[in-house]
Design a protein around this ligand. Sequence first.
Ligand code: RB5
Length: 154
Amino acid sequence: MKLAIGNDHVAVDMKKEIKEYLESKGIEVVDVGTNSTERFNYPVSGYKVAKMVAGNEVDAGVLICGTGVGISLAANKVRGIRACVCSDPYTARLSKQHNNTNIIAFGARVIGIETAKMIVDEWLNAKYEGGRHQNRIDMIKEIEETQHLKAAEE
Ligand code: RB5
């Protein structure tokens, strides 16, 4: 498995720890930065990771900023990205099982490192369940591609 990881200046330490944690499990990790605590605009790393995921250069992505909100919003603007910001392992697991998320995001100012590790473990171990969930993901894709949703007219 190969993942991309990105962050802003607030999340450098947590990113390094999560990267090492993933590598200790034999996962290849591409770090798009930043590795500096100088102020850094989170859309840059959110976009870089999202493009790598959408282009199938990596299997999935991990994004960390102060809250996980801004960086996941940026990633979700890239076509084909389903990024989930979460603070608990349950949401992380369900986001894969039901929503087939391809990026997980969290906040270095919100959760501690042990919760962050649990989140990535639950998320990476979960499997998308397909079935009834696929129709809903197709609807999200329809909104993304057409800025319209036929089902909302009914
Ligand atoms: C940076 O101050 C902060 O706004 C950023 O890390 C993140 O929380 C944005 O959503």
